[in-house]
Design a protein around this ligand. Structure first.
Ligand SMILES: [Mg+2]
Length: 86
């Protein structure tokens, strides 16, 4: 997808900045739920779109860094399960 769309696949810093930008957009949409039911269809649609953007850019960053996210999450969750949560 990165290549298809002509996105830079060599510079993780560019991806990181884009990720923060998308997280900001998600925060803005979630912020709109203050005083509103977050499961309201229109609110949920906007949040879904921004969550998708965050995941897409995150996966692009992982790809740029040659990180297999499935393995990374599994490895981290293995550690997390052994941790004591307070
Ligand atoms: Mg977005």
């Amino acid at each position: 997808m990165n290549r298809e769309r002509g996105f830079d696949i060599t510079n993780p810093s560019v991806k990181m900045i884009k990720l923060v930008e998308e997280v900001g957009e998600l925060a803005k949409e979630v912020g709109k739920t203050i005083g509103v039911k977050p499961d309201r269809v229109d609110v949920k649609k906007d949040i879904e779109g921004e969550l998708a953007d965050v995941q897409i850019v995150l996966l692009g960053l992982a790809s740029t860094l040659s990180v297999d996210m499935a393995e990374a999450v599994e490895g981290k969750e293995t550690k997390n399960r052994k941790r004591t949560w307070k």
